[in-house]
Design a protein around this ligand. Sequence first.
Ligand SMILES: [Mg+2]
Length: 374
Amino acid sequence: MKITSIELYQVDLPYSGGIYHLSGGRTYESFDASIVKITTDDGTTGWGESTPFGATYVAAHALGTRAGIAELAPALLGRDPRQVDRNYDLMDATLVGHNHAKAPLDIACWDIFGKSVGLPVYELLGGSTGIPMSMMSSIHAGDPEEMRARVADHRARGYRGHSIKIGTADSEGGPALDAERIAACLADRQPGEFYFVDANGGMTPETVLRMQALLKPGLDFVIEAPVSTRRETLSLRQRVQYPIILDELIQQDEDVIWTIAQDAADGINLKVSKSGGLTPGRRQRDIARAGGLTVSVQDTVGSAIAFAGVAHLGTTIPEKLLRCVLNTADMVTLQTAKFDVIHRDGGILPCDAPGLGIHVNEDVLGDPAAVWAD
Ligand SMILES: [Mg+2]
């Protein structure tokens, strides 16, 4: 089996919630998606997606994603897509870094691998636990009572995990407003729910400690990405009373190893495109497991194609360590693909269709932005 063509598509994914507010005054209304279709000599096709969360989230941006794919795609022509590790070695030898550009190519290769052997991708990643996974909401920062209402809306739609965005400058409310947001969002907490209080690296040790002093005892949550650097994380780790989850600081295998070696956090958020796709995502999953870190599987954002990768990796993580999966497709209004999941016991499981199990709606993709072919 050989790769004979690689097509690259660009689509805009409008945010389903209006304007997304993140710490540091960052806002997003639409997300620029790069979608890859790989075709092999026997006509098998595979799909992958990489949608950075704007250009101000991590060191990734959509124009860079497509420029990176242009560097990588010619090298992959003629390769067997099923040799996922060897193809990744080749991508690493062709372009240093740029996980977000490698991810969609890698994911498309896994999709083909699954189709070629008639198995869902999760089987190739080690097998599903068969335990329905909790879905997590993404509650952007805003008025505390309005955030509480959005948590309630997601609860009504079956979400058991909630990611509460905080990290407001002192001039706009600061730690006092963030403490109010946390109290409001947890006010109606139900048994079995899990809360991430996520600053997206937008606070300092000082503002986190001030916020902690304003919170009443007994609130059950983990604090996620409170600060933006390793130094600040280690400083805060000694003084904050809540478990710490890292997200933006986790991109390479070495970041997971550092977290364990320094005991810097209790869990990680594994975002598939941020980690570089399913091949490094699988490795980071295993490093985290060996270190006893909890894992939530997500992506930066994305449509149903991205969510399929999230679901297939997530379902391979033991229940004790898996917290939630993020349904990125629910964050955007454009449906690029149909991805059927099984809803059971308040959670979801990917179905057992071969590959990623998606049916891409090629009509919404338009003409390819670029094509590489033998
Ligand atoms: Mg996060």
